[in-house]
Design a protein around this ligand. Structure first.
Ligand SMILES: C[S@@+](CC[C@H](N)C(=O)[O-])C[C@H]1O[C@@H](n2cnc3c(N)ncnc32)[C@H](O)[C@@H]1O
Length: 327
């Protein structure tokens, strides 16, 4: 059985939120049937990590979410007959509890919940060194997470990772939502379609009238919250600079990954993500507005040359970092 953090008293909404994101990664929630984009995007990340993973390695999955990256990594290590110790780290109860449920049967999985409320009542994150309790990891992976970390926190995260890795250790990450010169004209960033859905929904008449009924300040706050769900992407250099200044040497590779129309619809209908349509309330009306908008956006992408009839082409970057030898 897995060890570490376990959720208690989950609400129905939290359970549904974790289940829904899990189903955006795995068809019908079956871990043997990953969505094509999830399988194809994570496979290169695991290719980069595997040469550094040996029998008994300590591996960290930073931003483990519902367990999608950990599950794919464990498939590979199991197939290679390598047993590892995997520490999963995440700050979101609803998604992380789904990961715990999915991996509960594994002796090799340990869960660390990273968020806490500090003495000033503010949200804060436990440091990785602290969560590893002095142990050093051989590999840290972070899939689809770094673009969510505020840029001002990236360098310190780099320091935490450098302090948490064994001398020969590596840190590898991927993201489909980072701007770079590597982006081909025929592809888009992973979240571009969903940012476009948000723009479409700004003109939705029901949504507009609900906003008009709210206090001005409250309405603005709701809009800002919805804009933060798919924040404007920052550039690859920001991440590389942050990790280099924390003492890493860096290499970057990229891939284009097809994201099917059905998967795109499933993805944006995850309740936490379709909050971009707020204040439309979760339910049929909101789902209808979001579904119509994603159909329109995918059609615009076909015209722009970043999508085919079946899928849009998402661009992923992969960072591979080793600790620079300062001696
Ligand atoms: C898109 S999910 C990726 C989950 C998983 N790695 C996968 O590949 O399926 C991103 C995760 O990052 C976590 N996250 C968001 N902001 C974060 C932050 N500032 N620091 C650490 N983790 C964060 C979220 O809770 C979420 O579970």
């Amino acid at each position: 059985m897995a060890t570490g953090w376990q959720a208690s008293n989950l609400t129905d909404d939290e359970v549904a939120d974790g289940e829904s994101y899990h189903r955006a990664l795995y068809l019908d929630g079956d871990v043997e049937r990953p969505a094509g984009w999830h399988r194809d995007s994570i496979s290169h990340l695991i290719d980069l990590a595997m040469p550094h993973i040996q029998q008994g390695s300590l591996v960290v999955d930073y931003g483990a979410g519902t367990g999608g990256s950990a599950i794919e990594l464990l498939k590979r290590t199991d197939a290679a007959g390598i047993s590892i110790e995997l520490v999963l780290v995440d700050p979101l109860v609803s998604w992380f509890s789904k990961a715990r449920e999915l991996l509960d049967h594994r002796e090799d999985a340990h869960f660390e919940f990273s968020m806490y409320i500090d003495v000033n009542g503010k949200m804060a994150f436990h440091r990785l060194e602290e969560m590893l309790n002095g142990r050093l990891a051989d590999v840290i992976i972070s899939s689809s997470t770094l673009h969510l970390v505020p840029t001002k926190a990236l360098q310190d995260l780099g320091v935490q990772f450098a302090e948490s890795l064994a001398p020969e250790g590596v840190f590898v990450w991927d993201s489909g939502d980072v701007e770079s010169d590597l982006l081909p004209a025929t592809a888009s960033l992973l979240h571009d379609p969903y940012r476009a859905v948000r723009e479409h929904l700004k003109g939705d008449s029901v949504r507009k009238s609900l906003l008009a009924e709210m206090e001005e300040e409250e309405a603005q706050k709701a809009e800002r919250r919805a804009d933060r769900i798919f924040p404007r992407p920052f550039s690859l250099e920001v991440i590389i600079d942050a990790f280099n200044s924390a003492g890493f040497s860096s290499r970057v590779t990229d891939r284009v990954v097809g994201f099917s129309n059905d998967d795109a619809k499933r993805f944006i209908l995850v309740p936490r993500l379709s909050e971009i349509a707020a204040p439309l309330i979760e339910g049929e009306e909101r789902d209808k507005a979001v579904s119509a908008a994603i159909v329109a956006v995918l059609s615009e992408m076909r015209e722009a040359g970043t999508a085919s009839e079946q899928e849009y082409r998402s661009h992923w970057v992969y960072g591979y970092h080793t600790i620079t030898d300062s001696s």
